[in-house]
Design a protein around this ligand. Structure first.
Ligand code: G3I
Length: 590
């Protein structure tokens, strides 16, 4: 719920900005100002940014929107990465959690790229999906020689146990089994002829779901498949087989909680109808299952070459499909298989015979919104609101903040989804904060601050570092200033004075009246470079000192609790949060 609230707030502010309406809060004013500037400068990227993002539009109806993303693209293309974090509330690794990537040898697991993506999602407030534990494709080369009927169950359960436990508590939903129906297989129930069926028979479904449920009881467990969408006899047969499978699993007591419908759609010149899928999804929902649209995209290989014509027809397919499936309230997630035409599997797998680049996704290869994005927006806005939310399986109450001096600040930021606790149910209010972590937090708190400052490529922040993007955004927003020699030390703990300077810089706070510093008994310890900004922050009641309100302790490392208090007070100052009463807020008149 807390996530929905902040998304809705962002959405309203953006709408207000577009129409130049609404109460003149600081953020709303900034947004409007940014938009005017963007129009004046012809900065299309910024204009697109100011328009409500897909995830906000979806969130307004209780839906989660996101995309598949890859380690390779998200670590190498910062413009694309920015678009991704701006538009998405959920991320699925496109290939990084498949056996082929995770299992270089029968004994070894390589989680490096998956971990990077999980951290990336967490640090940008996105949820994380697992894809996929059991699939007949993307198996490692050694699989065929090593796995057999005798050891298949052990390989399957060990894989699921290891991988699901590794990400336990961080995953919204796991595609436990992928694409296990092939109606032409000749097998009973249209089960696909996979190594797992060959070695373990149809029990492998139950084995896989039970292993996943044991390893992470919080993740939503999904059966994921394609070809369930069109009004064709083939899709009819597939829908029947999938429904039969789901009914069998449910009546067996297999712990399955959702269907993932991939929705790799095709656009045809004469239009595409989706009348039958609605009834099918209703039948799935009647089994008590949730539904996720997991891999939506629209192949345009059958369309004429003219890009505008293609874009219009592709957008119609998005609109028709989404209006059909979103009528079913059990649909809780809409995810596209990629965000921009710059990176799509269809380039290789469904190329056009005329050699023109494919255009299947909501943003074009220049990262500009296409009619498909507008169609999605319209479909989201017309969808009935969802009441039951599946939120990130992260706890929302933390025993170690109860009675803590900073509890109200921390709780308010948890409610605004600016801070998160740890999956083990602790918040760790007294732990330090690294500079990279601070960058990620400050970005979440001040999403509306424009990114106008020049970028800095720090020598010690490689693109592969999980916080690279967060640091870049904080630099462009002006929260990261004064790091000479392009050395950032991202893992170093941030001192209190630097938190204050960062906030004052990013929010453009300054004063020439240094007399206010006399409120601090230890004012002489404030470094010279920081004095103006500390004074400005003090005037605006951003500084919070515990245990003694007169002691700033500028050079002591900030705790998570202190960062929460400073940031909250900065939000109050910006008119973006209600004031909280605390004896530790420094007030000059006191
Ligand atoms: O990583 C290697 C790289 O090292 C090498 O240089 C390159 C040469 O072509 O290949 C790279 O691996 C490719 C990988 O995509 C990354 O581009 C694999 O060969 C290729 O098979 C793989 O394709 C993926 C495919 O699944 C098979 O795993 C697609 O990216 C991915 O979009 C696609 O996704 C599937 C879903 O998992 C399930 N549903 C259908 C969907 C589309 O096919």
């Amino acid at each position: 719920m807390r996530q929905r609230l902040i998304k809705r707030r962002k959405f309203l502010l953006s709408l207000g900005a577009l129409g130049g309406i609404g109460a003149c809060t600081t953020s709303n004013f900034r947004n409007w100002h940014n938009l005017q500037q963007a129009f004046a400068n012809g900065q299309n990227d910024l204009i697109a940014q100011a328009i409500p993002a897909l995830d906000q539009q979806a969130a307004a109806k209780g839906l989660i929107y996101g995309s598949a993303g890859s380690y390779a693209n998200l670590t190498s293309d910062s413009a694309y990465t920015n678009l991704f974090t701006q538009q998405c509330e959920i991320l699925t690794p496109e290939n990084e959690l498949k056996w082929r990537r995770l299992r270089p040898t029968p004994k070894r697991f390589d989680f490096r790229q998956g971990d990077w993506l999980a951290n990336f999602a967490r640090s940008h407030n996105m949820q994380f999906r697992g894809h996929t534990l059991v699939w007949h494709e993307s198996l490692p080369d050694w699989f065929e020689d090593i796995v057999n009927a005798q050891n298949a169950e052990q390989f399957l359960t060990q894989h699921i146990n290891t991988v699901v436990k590794h990400y336990a508590g961080q995953v919204h939903s796991w595609d436990v089994i992928n694409e296990a129906i092939d109606v032409k297989s000749g097998e009973p129930g249209g089960l696909r002829n996979t190594p797992w069926l060959k070695f373990l028979g149809r029990d492998y479904f139950d084995i896989a779901f039970r292993s996943a449920a044991q390893a992470d009881p919080q993740a939503l467990l999904v059966y994921n498949d394609f070809g369930l969408d069109a009004d064709t006899p083939q899709a009819d047969a597939k829908r029947n087989a999938v429904l039969q499978l789901l009914r069998r699993l449910k009546s067996n007591g297999t712990p399955i909680q959702a269907l993932g419908t991939q929705a790799h759609l095709f656009a045809n010149p004469g239009g595409t109808k989706f009348t039958k899928v609605r009834r099918f999804l209703g039948d799935v929902a009647d089994l008590g299952l949730k539904i996720l649209v997991t891999e939506l995209d629209v192949a345009d290989k059958n369309l004429p070459k003219d890009p505008a014509t293609r874009d219009r027809i592709v957008a119609d397919v998005y609109r028709n499909y989404l209006s059909a499936v979103l009528a079913e309230p059990a649909v809780i997630v809409v995810q596209t298989w990629g965000l921009s035409d710059r990176y799509t599997w269809l380039t290789k797998q469904q190329p056009r015979s005329d050699g023109a680049a494919v255009r299947p996704l909501p943003f074009d290869a220049q990262l500009q919104p296409k009619p498909a994005k507008q169609a999605m927006t319209t479909a989201f806005s017309q969808a009935p609101a969802r009441s039951a939310q599946i939120t990130q399986p992260t706890p929302t109450t933390f025993s170690d903040i109860q009675g803590h001096w900073a509890q109200p600040f921390i709780q308010a930021l948890l409610d605004k989804n600016i801070l998160a606790g740890f999956p083990d149910g602790t918040f760790r209010p007294n732990s330090p904060v690294t500079r990279a972590e601070f960058s990620a937090i400050v970005n979440r708190a001040f999403r509306e601050v424009p990114q106008n400052n020049p970028t800095i490529e720090f020598q010690d922040v490689p693109r592969s570092f999980w916080g690279y993007n967060a640091i870049q955004i904080a630099v462009r927003r002006g929260f990261v200033v004064g790091y000479p020699g392009r050395i950032f030390k991202p893992q170093q703990q941030i001192p209190r004075v630097q938190v204050i300077v960062a906030l004052a810089s990013g929010l453009n706070l300054s004063t020439s009246d240094l007399n206010v510093l006399s409120v601090y008994q230890d004012a002489n310890q404030i470094p010279t470079y920081a004095r103006r900004q500390v004074a400005a922050a003090t005037q605006r009641e951003i500084v919070v000192n515990y245990p003694s309100v007169r002691l700033l302790n500028p050079n002591r490392n900030a705790t998570r609790a202190e960062v929460a208090a400073f940031i909250y007070q900065a939000l109050v100052n910006a008119g973006d949060a209600e004031s909280i009463s605390s004896p530790y807020i420094v007030q000059i008149s006191r």
